[in-house]
Write a protein that binds this ligand. Structure first.
Ligand SMILES: Cc1cc2nc3c(=O)[nH]c(=O)nc-3n(C[C@H](O)[C@H](O)[C@H](O)COP(=O)(O)OP(=O)(O)OC[C@H]3O[C@@H](n4cnc5c(N)ncnc54)[C@H](O)[C@@H]3O)c2cc1C
Length: 377
């Protein structure tokens, strides 16, 4: 395992066993350390990393399940699973249950359906939060219910079966390679969750803004695509990848709140919360990470909604209080004339907030912060 806590756990288990413990590779496509630049360093840019993967033989095929397991003649005394009281006492998780089938069987079924039905349209659909166009496998991958090697080999097999799957499968495996990139980085840079990979960002003038953070967490920023994403997260435990980028950009650039605060909230609320992917995702958006989006690439929360949720179906679903607004205004309700708001039954500031920041001004402020940080370099 690669995460520092998982390594500690494995060591504890190994120390407690009377027999030697054998570990089997499978958390990654290739063991971290195997993919190196010509100079022997690790890749810090994704595209050459991906090309290096493509130039290699396929990752090993997953091992078959063992025919039988050796069990002790006498089981040691132990607590019953129920005694551990792992499930929450208050039933806050039933909303999540409705969206997820947990377990290995469910993971394999999801992959089969995705490869059969969705892979040909993956490239067109993967950036559309209003469609179920991606695999939805990340929690299953995180919990080891399905391995990246299984994804790799099953997607390759789908290409042989269906010509139409080829491009989609390649794009899907490229995403799986982003996960691989994150894991290889974490293996070499254990400080990835805390320290910016570009050290200059340690001096970035982040702001303390508890009210802004709370509005963001609750989906009450006044920007419908941001609020839809944050509510999807709260209700289902997941959020579409494109929307993760939009809401993260909003937090670190429009509100200038430290990416640590966003990463912590995602960590507490995502069902696929994953140290390597989450840390890399936040550093990428904040502009301080490996192969990061440049800081001055600041997502516009209005045009992002218009482009990626063109019928506003995603917004209407998660922000129902503004669902009656016509498409022209739904991405920026504050621009709607009073008569339109009236007709839709919306009183801004009462039923739905005014924007908590003016995006254009916030953009300028963030760019100024970036300039100040550069002066310290
Ligand atoms: C700010 C931010 C935080 C994120 N936090 C997490 C996290 O905690 N856990 C997590 O698993 N992913 C995280 N991601 C990556 C990505 O959003 C999810 O992996 C993706 O939404 C999962 O949906 P899917 O399984 O339908 O993806 P698909 O498009 O079907 O992709 C297949 C698999 O590839 C991997 N993958 C896809 N996109 C990425 C990516 N950008 N980075 C790394 N791996 C990827 C996942 O394992 C995924 O299951 C984050 C992205 C951002 C921008």
């Amino acid at each position: 395992m690669i995460e520092p806590e998982a390594q500690k756990r494995d060591k504890c288990v190994a120390d407690a066993l009377a027999v030697p413990m054998r570990l089997f590779e499978g958390a990654c496509l290739y063991p971290p350390g195997e993919i190196r630049t010509r100079q022997g360093g690790i890749y810090q840019v994704f595209t050459p990393f991906w090309k290096a993967i493509l130039a290699r033989p396929d990752p090993p095929a997953p091992l078959a399940s063992p025919d039988h397991l050796f069990v002790p003649k006498v089981w040691p005394e132990s607590a019953a699973l129920d005694d551990l009281a792992l499930l929450p006492r208050h039933d806050w998780a039933s909303g999540l249950d409705a969206h997820w089938d947990v377990g290995e069987k469910a993971a394999h079924k999801r992959l089969a359906v995705f490869l059969e039905d969705d892979i040909p349209a993956y490239i067109q659909a993967r950036d559309r939060p209003d469609r179920a166009g991606t695999s939805g496998l990340s929690p299953h991958v995180h919990f080891g219910e399905i391995s990246p090697r299984q994804l790799w080999h099953r997607a390759q097999a789908a290409c042989f079966r269906m010509d139409a799957a080829k491009e989609g499968a390649q794009a899907f495996l490229r995403q799986v390679a982003w996960r691989e990139f994150a894991y290889h980085l974490l293996a070499h840079i254990p400080g990835l969750p805390e320290s910016p990979m570009r050290p200059a960002f340690a001096t970035f003038p982040w702001e303390k803004n508890e009210t802004g953070l709370r509005a963001w967490q609750r989906g009450q920023t006044g920007y419908p695509i941001v609020d839809a994403g944050m509510r999807q997260l709260w209700q289902t435990g997941t959020m579409h990848n494109r929307v993760r980028m939009i809401v993260a950009s909003f937090l670190v650039k429009d509100l200038m709140i430290h990416w640590h605060a966003g990463a912590r909230w995602f960590w507490d609320t995502l069902v696929d919360a994953d140290l390597a992917n989450n840390s890399m995702g936040w550093q990428w958006v904040a502009g301080c990470g490996p192969d990061a989006a440049p800081f001055f690439r600041i997502f516009n929360p209005v045009s992002q909604g218009q482009t990626h949720d063109p019928q506003a179906a995603y917004i209407r679903h998660y922000v129902p209080e503004i669902a009656a607004l016509p498409a022209r205004y739904i991405y920026q309700p504050w621009t709607a004339p009073a008569s339109v708001l009236d007709k839709a039954g919306i009183l801004l500031g009462t039923h739905y907030p005014f924007p908590i920041v003016d995006h254009q001004k916030a953009r300028q402020r963030a760019l100024q912060g970036y300039k100040e940080m550069k002066k310290t370099m």
